[in-house]
Write a protein that binds this ligand. Structure first.
Ligand code: SF4
Length: 231
């Protein structure tokens, strides 16, 4: 319950955030203009907070909300093609109660897993600037401090680079690649051994080109399960 209320408090703070003027303008503009296919929907148009199981041992870190995906629905990877690849995989691995994610009220429940992102506001061209990611980093740090996950799965290099920064491990020369696994140092964030597991991001750019296959992605979640059950 304590974790839940800490996460709820953080969510409220995130939703009210306006630290990045360029992103505030963009997320609200997209929500106003809308895509034709969603013209009758009320877009969220605000920062998208993390969500999932407050007792999660696995923390998933993505990039940032998609303009017409989570900037529309208000929940990570919900209502877009990346989520259409992610949630079936989480369902197969037992981390989600259903393989679909369409809206905040679709009944999706995550088990032992929490999903968040490096940046919380939809950026133009899906590219937050380094300064914008720096502005958003304290939220990610607090999520890590509250959840103290045993495994962090970073989806893509931008999320990986954030982890390298947060855990101050640049000097270790870690390189991002799909399936790469690192032992995170014990720190004020997580006071016991934990792991960083890398995956390609499930964007269409990767899934439609075969750079990230269903099998490759399933292997990531199997590995995450193995790591949380390893003692
Ligand atoms: S990206 Fe993060 S820091 Fe910037 S306005 Fe959105 S929530 Fe705030």
């Amino acid at each position: 319950m304590i974790l839940e209320s800490q996460l709820d408090e953080l969510k409220e703070e995130i939703i009210a955030c306006g630290k990045c003027p360029r992103l505030v303008e963009w997320r609200e503009e997209v929500a106003r203009v809308k895509r034709k296919a969603y013209k009758d929907e009320d877009y969220w148009g605000k920062p998208v907070p993390g969500f999932g199981d407050p007792q999660a041992r696995v923390l998933v870190v993505g990039l940032a909300p998609g303009a017409h995906g989570s900037n529309r629905t208000g929940r990570n990877f919900t209502g877009d093609a990346s989520g259409g690849f992610l949630y079936p995989a989480l369902y197969r691995a037992g981390f989600a109660n259903q393989p679909t994610a369409e809206s905040r009220s679709d009944g999706l429940i995550l088990k032992d897993l929490y999903i968040t992102s490096s940046g919380r506001c939809a950026p133009p061209a899906n590219k937050p600037s380094p300064e914008e990611l720096d502005n958003c980093q304290p939220y990610l740090e607090r999520e890590i401090q509250i959840l103290k996950p045993k495994v962090i799965v970073c989806l893509g290099k931008i999320a990986f680079d954030r982890m390298v920064k947060i855990f101050s491990v640049r000097n270790l020369g870690w390189k991002f690649s799909h399936g790469a696994l690192f032992n995170l140092p014990i720190s004020s964030f997580i006071p016991y051994p934990s792991s960083l597991l890398c995956s390609y991001h499930p964007s269409q750019q990767n899934t439609l080109t075969g750079k990230l296959t269903v099998k490759m992605f399933d292997d990531i979640w199997e590995k995450a399960k193995e790591l949380i059950n390893d003692d």
